[in-house]
Design a protein around this ligand. Structure first.
Ligand SMILES: Cc1cc2nc3c(=O)[nH]c(=O)nc-3n(C[C@H](O)[C@H](O)[C@H](O)COP(=O)(O)O)c2cc1C
Length: 364
């Protein structure tokens, strides 16, 4: 067995994973069919990367309302479930493990996706960003503030999506509660000014997230559920940090300790520099790892050396790699051999077709 910390096995939930090199969720916009169902291209793409300790798929909408971008796959219709079945089978046939990231984009969506109806959010606050619609990039709009019944309906959508995921053969789900999407919109004061039990205190701002986590975990087992947080997200999708942001995330992370069987918590280091942002935490793992007793997955900006280092320092149990998994389908083998890593082509991140998707070479 390798003495590289990244290549040591790890148990998450009921699964024995062969290594700690996880594939981070990445939207690739290849579900370009009317059903937004995964295609044979998805099968090939994920199969090529099956040696990851765990694949976490691209964000996949839990309902039609949840969509925020063109050509992203869903996990709410029969055709989508059938498409994903081919993906999970191919990954399992190669000995891999795969979770699906389930998301709701909230106010980052656009009326063009909803026959002119407004996207939804905790409060009617425009993020003043851009939405990637079928007609190209458009300015975001002021969203509809969800009623309490509508919030409960979205929790049910997540539960249904999780059950669909199990039907489709996934080993589990990751709830996308990061990066300025719907749950994150509830966590932060810049997007949540509600006066009811879903706004104000830490407990209230986290209520929708924990209600959904409870519903999903009870439906499919908490060992099959991971969650994702990005506490120092700032300056994109209308998210700004204030004095209560990090305390809210501390509350959430500490409360996650009550979920002893949870598969993992996946926390992202700052995606943009936050050294000059008041109240931001610059080193997320150093701040949050000591607060969480479960399996901690770190992410953002890691390479083979720094990924190994962060585990050796005890700051994470596993590392997820995004960009390097685009351009290195055999990332695990490259780490094992100490081989150079290929750089990805940013121009084909979100374009249709096989180019820049399934054509990155493997080592000889
Ligand atoms: C093309 C692309 C698409 C992404 N889509 C998602 C997504 O669907 N869900 C998510 O949680 N993060 C998404 N991310 C963020 C990545 O998971 C990750 O946090 C980020 O790229 C930093 O990791 P890295 O330095 O290893 O690339 C995306 C990143 C990229 C590059």
């Amino acid at each position: 067995m390798s003495d590289n910390a990244l290549l040591k096995p790890i148990k998450i939930g009921p699964y024995e994973l062969p290594n700690r090199v996880f594939m981070a969720p990445m939207t690739r916009n290849r579900a370009d069919n009317p059903e937004n169902a995964p295609t044979s291209l998805h099968v090939e793409y994920y199969m090529q990367r099956a040696s990851a300790g765990l694949i976490i798929t691209e964000g996949s909408q839990v309902s039609k309302q949840a969509v925020g971008y063109i050509n992203t796959p869903g996990i709410h219709s029969r055709a989508q479930v059938e498409g994903w079945k081919q993906v999970t089978k191919a990954v399992h046939d190669k000995g891999g493990h795969i979770f699906i990231q389930i998301w709701h984009c909230g106010r980052i969506s656009h009326p063009d996706f909803h026959n002119g109806r407004l996207p939804v959010a905790p409060s009617a606050i425009n993020p003043h960003d851009r939405s990637y619609t079928p007609q190209g990039f458009k300015e975001t709009v002021t969203p509809h503030a969800l009623t309490i019944d509508e919030i409960h309906a979205i929790t049910r959508d997540f539960k249904n999506a999780a059950e669909n995921a199990v039907t489709a053969g996934f080993d589990g789900v990751e709830i996308h509660s990061a990066n300025g999407y719907l749950f994150h919109q509830f966590f932060t004061n810049c997007s949540n000014t509600r006066q009811d039990e879903y706004g104000g205190s830490h407990e209230n701002k986290a209520r929708f997230f924990f209600e959904t986590l409870d519903a999903v975990g009870k439906a499919i087992d908490f060992g099959k559920v991971g969650i994702r947080l990005n506490p120092s997200a700032h300056g994109f999708f209308g998210i700004t940090i204030d004095s209560d942001t990090i305390p809210t995330f501390e509350y959430i992370v500490e409360r996650l300790n009550d979920y002893t069987g949870l598969a993992y918590a996946h926390l992202t280091e700052p995606m943009l520099p936050v050294d000059d942002v008041p109240y931001a935490v610059t080193k997320i793992a150093e701040h949050f790892r000591p607060r969480y007793r479960g399996t901690y997955v770190t992410n953002c900006g890691f390479n083979a050396d720094s990924g190994k280092g962060v585990i050796e320092q005890g700051l994470a149990d596993a590392v997820s790699f995004a960009k390097y998994f685009i351009s290195n389908p055999d990332l695990v083998e490259r780490i094992r051999r100490g081989a150079p890593l290929a750089e990805p082509d940013v121009n084909t991140y979100y374009t249709p077709g096989p180019k820049g998707y399934i054509d990155y070479p493997f080592l000889e």
